[in-house]
Design a protein around this ligand. Sequence first.
Ligand SMILES: NC(=O)c1ccc[n+]([C@@H]2O[C@H](COP(=O)([O-])OP(=O)(O)OC[C@H]3O[C@@H](n4cnc5c(N)ncnc54)[C@H](OP(=O)(O)O)[C@@H]3O)[C@@H](O)[C@H]2O)c1
Length: 318
Amino acid sequence: MAEQRTFRVGLVGARGFVGRELLRLVRDHPRLELSYATSRSLVGREISGEVPGFPGGQVFLKSDPGVIERDADVVVLALPNGMSGAYIDAIESGQAQALVLDLSADRRFDDRWVYGLTEHNAGAIRSARRISNPGCYATAMHLALRPIIDLCATPPHCFGVSGYSGAGTTPSEKNDPEVVGGNVLPYSITGHLHEREVSRHLGTPVRFAPSVGGHFRGIVLTALCELRDPVSVGDLASRYDRAYAGSAMVEFDAEGSVDLRGVVETNQARVGALSVNKDNPKRIGVVCSLDNLLKGAASQAVQNINLALGLEETEGLT
Ligand SMILES: NC(=O)c1ccc[n+]([C@@H]2O[C@H](COP(=O)([O-])OP(=O)(O)OC[C@H]3O[C@@H](n4cnc5c(N)ncnc54)[C@H](OP(=O)(O)O)[C@@H]3O)[C@@H](O)[C@H]2O)c1
């Protein structure tokens, strides 16, 4: 049998919470191999000193657009919002043939980039060379709402609680264990970026109120909807069953509990806990939980890279 090809990955922003998860996923992926990883603060340090399992002598390179000249079939950008542009310009002028996946919000509003919501956009992702990965809360909102959005009479209202790793590593009150420990902090309750992102990609407005909690990782998101017509839990369940029956990464359980512990440190999202108000069966609720660093970021990125490279969607993720 012919040997299967390995694809070389360049990872820009490898020190961050998402970057570290990506290092681990690339290390364990049978068809991906790390070409380079960058960081400003870890330049010259052994990668295996941060994430064990990389060859001795393989060190972090400096984060600089010049790094793009190095050999890579896939370039993954895991930088804070607003930082990807210089790297994308360098790719377009030097390595335009590379598959590029950006984890920041910088290209989520750019129609030239394919939105990497794997379960609902796989066809476009398979032929994409430029993929913008969805936000973590945004992924949870899409997974909860897409199967029933056409039934809604008014904009759905979503409420999400995230672990403080969602705020990245740059110090702020939203990731300070002294502030968030044993606490829940509501923030951006009428203008969060992910509200705009989901409204844009769903093609209909959504309202979203986030909070950050005292746990490190994981999101639980509740969506409340007013429908045009009365429904039963069974009616809704058949829609979610159809949407996620073939999905390896979304587990649907109509009336099962959807909590944080069931998804933390896994690649799976859970959707369920369907509820229909008994006095007004046009009012419904649905819950989605996922690990913000994995299905909300790094493992969804690998699902998308797999599809775009023509590999099995779950390769390296089982
Ligand atoms: N955290 C989540 O749950 C989550 C989920 C979905 C999407 N995302 C998105 O994924 C991206 C990475 O998130 P994260 O949580 O991993 O962030 P993070 O922990 O703050 O990491 C940011 C990374 O970028 C580097 N960096 C910071 N400022 C930089 C600059 N000015 N120039 C070049 N490199 C810089 C950092 O390393 P050095 O300082 O060593 O250079 C680090 O590797 C963000 O765009 C975020 O919105 C995050």
